[in-house]
Design a protein around this ligand. Structure first.
Ligand code: GMT
Length: 381
């Protein structure tokens, strides 16, 4: 198949999933055309089946905000037309699904019919999408998509609850490349960070409010009162300054390191004993899956789709959002030497269920079904 993939090319989970999906499809022999405003972060190599089309966002003194959606729709029109695409797959509803709708209508005028698959990733529904300033367009463009997928049962439920959706939503979870995300031998690294055999706790996120990084630091602060431990914080974002201040106020600076945005996160995960994800909202929790693939147990909140991934008492523990006291107790239970190895083994076993080799065929099947349904609609009209 010739597939156009539209996504945010930044560090966000939706962009990572879209890019990894495109790479995996290309390996299977599909021709993949990425349409984004910048080269996606994980697309920095050559492959005969991968193409990249940059959206040119032209500005003009009259525009306070350059009309990205129009530039994107125009680029989609050209790529579909000149590359002869079979399907457009847009990741994150805003504004990709509505831009795809516009491109589809323009192409229809020229006698070109292109089906659109929209994948809902999370905040496009739970946070931004349901805001009244976007809701009508999000509802319309989901209903106008020829196929819709969501990354968890919980996100599907949320979408039906908050929007008037007439379409079927197929759940296709996030996936993991177990070749890249696996425990590597990095003992020297562990020794440098934890010279006295301290337990190593890790959190990675974009440091937005919904990630509740403050809970990570407060849990760590309590854990450290009972056992020697260190904390690595990977990523960056709006909450970082506040979190650095909190570390200073709690007097924990010596045991916490902010690593910033790190591409090779699997190296850090390889030496971690516990991954903390206390999010307020989380449709799936790709960062937790990456940790599990590196044999790291998860201490998480029960937000969104996380409990579909992190099995309470098996791969880690699932606690109420903001319940730092219970989180601390559970962290200590996981980190106890008589339990830790069991949790690590279970985390890896669970991660294997989300192997890209298992999830990729679900997307391929969904594409074929969507194209067939789309074609029969036109034949029957
Ligand atoms: O987590 C983020 O803030 C980034 C966000 C995105 O859209 O880029 O991630 C969302 O999509 C990921 C991939 O499907 C999911 O694994 C994350 O759980 C989801 N984040 C939220 O729902 C907050």
């Amino acid at each position: 198949m010739k597939i156009g993939i539209v996504c945010y090319p930044t560090f966000g989970g939706s962009g990572v999933v879209a890019t990894e999906l495109g790479k995996a499809l290309a390996k299977e022999g599909h021709q993949i055309h990425f349409i984004t405003y910048r080269q996606p972060t994980r697309l920095d190599f050559f492959s005969e089946n991968l193409y990249y089309h940059e959206v040119d966002i032209k500005s003009y003194p009259l525009f306070e905000h350059a009309p990205y959606e129009l530039a994107l729709a125009s680029k989609m029109v050209n790529v579909v037309k000149y590359e002869g695409l079979d399907l457009l797959h847009v990741h994150y509803a805003i504004p990709h699904a509505s831009a795809a709708y516009m491109a589809k209508q323009i192409l229809k005028e020229e006698g070109i019919y292109i089906p659109v698959v929209t994948t809902l990733h999370g905040t496009d529904i739970t946070l931004v999408g349901k805001d009244p300033s976007y809701e009508p367009v999000v509802t319309f463009s989901i209903n106008q998509s020829d196929g819709v997928t969501a990354v968890s049962e919980d996100l599907k439920k949320d979408t039906f609850e908050h929007f008037d959706i007439k379409n079927h939503i197929e759940v296709i979870p996030n996936f993991i490349d177990l070749e890249r995300f696996k425990k590597q031998k990095k003992e020297h690294f562990k020794l440098a960070i934890c010279p006295h055999g301290e337990k190593l706790l890790v959190h990675t996120s974009n440091f937005r409010k919904v990630k509740r990084v403050e809970d990570v630091i407060r849990v760590f602060y309590q854990v450290r009162k009972s056992i020697p431990a260190k904390l690595l914080l990977v990523g960056d974002g709006p909450e970082r300054d506040k979190m650095e201040r909190l570390c200073r106020d709690l007097g924990t600076c010596d045991d916490i390191r902010f690593l910033g945005k790190l591409e090779a996160v699997e190296e850090v995960l390889s030496v971690a004993d516990l991954f903390i994800m206390p999010s307020e909202k989380e449709s799936f929790g790709l960062a937790a899956l990456e940790a599990m693939a590196c044999e790291v147990p998860i201490l998480s909140s029960n937000a969104g789709g996380i409990p579909e991934l992190n099995i309470d008492g098996v791969t880690g523990y699932v606690c109420d959002i903001g319940d730092v006291t219970t989180m601390t107790e559970k962290a200590l239970e996981i980190l106890d030497d008589k339990n830790l190895q069991r949790f690590k083994t279970n985390a890896l076993a669970r991660a294997k269920e989300f192997d890209v080799a298992k999830i990729l065929p679900l997307y391929e099947k969904f594409y074929i079904e969507t194209i067939e349904k789309f074609q029969s609609k036109f034949i029957n009209v």
